[in-house]
Design a protein around this ligand. Structure first.
Ligand SMILES: [Zn+2]
Length: 369
């Protein structure tokens, strides 16, 4: 399969192995495949239950460059009648971001990158640090100062240089971009190889339960919802499925740029109030317009939840035997608020492990009593 980097802004194309992370016009890049590509999905049935079972659909040329812990093919469980939870916290570093990291870091190894800088609310930086450690690539991770202690510790353990930045998620990205002038920028909200990894969640859901009617997914920088969109879109393009699921993104009421985007309003670039769902507090996602387009095109919506609802969501998940990180709590109130038909099949994605924000949660719950 032939993959190419292309710019959705000016149309420029680049070779898939070029060591660039943005277009000469300044826009982010995407990855496209030759127009006549096809893939027989039956091929994967006998392969090992990890996301590299979709090898031909991932833009890495040589197998020897793959950096992997045999991650992926996470369980999907029934919550009640037509509602399923995809347990995408069940990854080596405890979040779905390993999907993106395994493909991104494999490509970095393939093109000979030796050191990188990345900015993250936590989980993407953690995933990229772990895979970089495995690939012997040096990495600097810029994080917001509100990062949980557990996430900070996890970054340090993988050997990353960690830089805490005051201010918004946007401020963190700006500082990382300054360092990127000297080294390769692997920002997961910019780099298209990250989304090539997250798209595998769509293939997995398709194999596990077919095409659901709705998918409920937290939106921060958008790497998950865009991966889901791309994965299902490719299945549709290959003639394997004939309908797209409706994509329902969830944001918290303290930071909701995609909600504004959907209403056609200029995204507000401030964060108002206490940030509990730190994983989705991204005030200016670089691919914001693309996220809005994916939601609109699939006839989905953006659902807004508040901090109390998020905590209730975490407690409800706990009662089902699922310990999720605070951000993942957003999908439970969203399931109630989305206007879903009872007989429709719905999948909600649980994105991060509860152990990542355990001390923060302990603090919050102590105030609740
Ligand atoms: Zn361009």
């Amino acid at each position: 399969m032939l993959f190419k980097l292309y710019c959705p802004n000016c149309g420029n194309e680049y070779g898939i192995n070029e060591s660039i992370w943005k277009c000469s016009c300044g826009n982010y890049l995407n990855i496209k495949v030759e127009p006549d590509f096809s893939f027989d999905f039956k091929k994967v049935e006998m392969r090992s239950k990890c996301l590299w079972r979709y090898r031909e659909l991932l833009p890495i040329e040589k197998d020897e460059n793959i950096v992997s812990f045999n991650e992926g093919f996470t369980p999907i469980v029934k919550m009640r009648k037509t509602i399923f939870l995809k347990l995408d916290y069940m990854f080596p570093t405890g979040s779905f971001k390993d999907r993106g990291a395994t493909v991104l870091v494999s490509k970095l190894k393939e093109i000979g990158v030796k050191s990188i800088v990345e900015d993250s609310s936590g989980n993407a930086g953690i995933a990229i640090s772990a895979y970089s450690a495995a690939a012997k690539i040096k990495c600097s991770i810029y994080v917001p100062e509100i990062i949980s202690e557990e996430k900070y510790m996890q970054l340090k353990i993988y050997g990353a240089k960690v830089v805490k930045i005051k201010g918004t998620r946007e401020d963190v990205a700006k500082e990382a971009l300054k360092e990127a002038e000297k080294t390769y920028y692997a920002g997961h909200n910019w780099n298209p190889f990250f989304i090539e990894g997250t798209k595998t969640i769509a293939y997995e859901i398709f194999e596990q339960i077919g095409v659901p009617d709705n998918i409920i997914v937290p939106i921060g920088g958008g790497s998950l919802i865009l991966g889901i969109y791309k994965g299902f879109k490719e299945l549709e393009f290959m003639g394997i499925i004939d309908k797209m699921p409706k994509l329902y993104g969830v944001q918290s009421d303290v930071c909701k740029p995609i909600y504004y985007g959907l209403l056609g309003k200029e995204p507000k670039d401030t964060i108002k109030g206490e940030v509990l769902a730190e994983g989705i507090a991204v005030n200016k996602p670089p691919r914001g317009k693309e996220i809005v387009k994916a939601v609109k095109e699939t006839e989905g919506n953006v659902i807004i939840v508040n901090n109390d609802e998020i905590i209730q969501g975490i407690l409800e998940l706990g009662k089902m035997g699922i310990f999720a990180e605070i951000t993942s709590g957003v999908v439970i109130p969203a399931l109630k608020k989305a206007d879903l038909e009872e007989d429709e099949i719905t999948v909600a994605i649980i994105t991060g492990n509860g152990l990542k924000t355990a001390s923060k949660l302990a603090n919050i719950l102590s105030k609740y009593k």
